[in-house]
Each structure stands twice: as C-alpha cells, then as structure tokens.
Design a protein. Structure first.
Length: 62
C-alpha cells in the first residue's frame, strides 16, 4: 500500500512545510488483510542476463 500526501504536513514549519510525504506499507498481506492469494514465486535472471549485468557493472567501474 502507498499513500502520497502532496500538501504540507507541518503548517508551522519555517519553510512553509511545502514538502510532500510518501508512506509505504510493505508488510506481508494475508487473508485478514483482504489479500487471499499467496505471493508469486520469485523471479531469477537467466545466466545470460546476469553476465550482461556483471559486464555493465565492470563498464561503470563498479
């Protein structure tokens, strides 16, 4: 779940509280949260893609 507040949250802030906020709920959901199905299986990159990513890291000097 994600909540975005585009307006000020602190109207008394010295800068006018002009920043927005974002809240993220990353807890696992289950039937009690009206999320009855399980999570999909994790994806894994193929060996070819892993090699390409490793090469990019090397190209970037990382």
């Amino acid at each position: 779940d994600m909540v975005i507040n585009g307006g000020p949250i602190d109207h008394f802030a010295a800068d006018g509280g002009s920043r927005g906020q974002i809240g993220i709920d990353a807890t696992a959901k289950g039937p009690a949260d009206q999320h009855p199905r399980g999570w999909p299986q994790e994806l894994e990159m193929s060996a070819e893609i892993k090699a390409l990513v490793d090469q990019k890291w090397a190209d970037f000097g990382l």
